[in-house]
Design a protein around this ligand. Structure first.
Ligand SMILES: Cc1ncc(COP(=O)(O)O)c(C=O)c1O
Length: 312
């Protein structure tokens, strides 16, 4: 669904609430040319206590950390970004939404060096359903191993959420969709499994859970951290520094993606090889159901993961 079909009207830009259609930048904006922005993607869930931002503080922390290697000096403190976001949700009466904060080099000069360009910040929120489709959450998705490799962290900092590297995600995802798959799995430079274009990946074998470690050129996903913690709460053994070879994907008992967008999505085939019995496996289902119980607040534990928005 395009933005024009959504009931949203305000964007926060550099300290001001701006009408949606007026939230514009100059075509010579530095980050538009060199991919030098950093960003976050956060979900706000509908709960009985009103809209609730999921692990907002950790997303903000990652945003400020992502800004460092690119030398962005964010003029706004976390409290101001939190207030801006909650106010956007209130003003637009959003019961649930996706939140996109972006920090970018603006307009001034166009050398590769951004040092004469101001760091600018924007936040937008809009209603958003499931990323890979409702059916995907139950049935699982068909994926292919991409012919594109993930960059190595010696080439680009893979642990920061910068816009430029998303060319890799776009190419891998579009390659998969062109070939009739829903999503891709991207291998790292060494040829081991890294992650999806916008998701981390988990493998289940003999009831134990494996996920590539942070040194495998992956993003330190906040949903990944959540899954690891919830799975351990449920009594599973989680190997969170695993190195997973491509062949292990094909023989896995279960595979699933995690991410703010994908939440917990089962994978039912990889390169047309059926995983397990070709449907959501029992461990995936257990973790997925615990995940949704927590984020939709059907349980009262982990309340510290939520920032509730007072709708007044
Ligand atoms: C490349 C990549 N890996 C993993 C993730 C999952 O991270 P998170 O759970 O913080 O959304 C994302 C999504 O932001 C991503 O873009």
């Amino acid at each position: 669904m395009g933005f024009d079909e959504m009931d949203v009207d305000t964007i926060w830009m550099d300290g001001e609430f701006v009408p949606w259609d007026e939230a514009q930048v100059h075509v010579l904006t530095h980050s538009l040319h060199y991919g030098t922005a950093v960003f976050e993607g956060v979900r706000c869930y509908e709960t009985e206590r009103g809209p609730a931002l999921f692990r907002w503080d950790e997303h903000l922390d990652r945003l400020y950390k992502s800004a460092r290697p690119l030398d962005h000096d964010i003029e706004h403190d976390p409290e101001e970004l939190t207030e801006a976001t909650t106010e956007l949700i209130r003003r637009q009466e959003l019961e649930s939404c996706y939140i996109r904060p972006l920090v970018y080099y603006g307009y001034n000069s166009l050398g590769v060096s951004p040092k004469e360009c101001p760091t600018r910040t924007m936040i937008a929120c809009w209603p958003w359903g499931t990323y890979l489709g409702e059916e995907a959450l139950e049935e699982g998705v068909d994926v292919m191993v991409s012919s594109w490799r993930k960059h190595h962290s010696s080439q680009i900092p893979t642990n920061v959420k910068a816009t430029g590297p998303y060319i890799n995600s776009m190419l891998a995802g579009e390659e998969a969709r062109r070939n009739g798959y829903v999503e891709a799995i991207v291998l790292n430079k060494e040829g081991d499994v890294a992650e999806g274009p916008g998701e981390n990946i988990f493998m289940v074998n003999d009831g134990e859970i494996y996920t590539p470690g942070l040194s495998e050129s992956i993003l330190d996903g906040i949903t990944r951290r959540t899954v690891i913690e919830l799975a351990r709460d449920l009594g599973y053994t989680v190997h969170d520094e695993a190195s997973i070879g491509r062949g292990q994907l094909y023989t896995a008992d279960e595979l699933f993606f995690s991410g703010t967008a994908a939440e917990v999505t089962p994978i039912r085939t990889v390169d047309d090889n059926v995983i397990g019995d070709g449907s959501r496996g029992p461990v995936t289902e257990d973790i997925q159901s615990r995940f949704f119980d927590v984020v939709e607040r059907r349980t009262d534990d982990h309340d510290d993961w939520f920032t509730y928005v007072e709708m007044e």
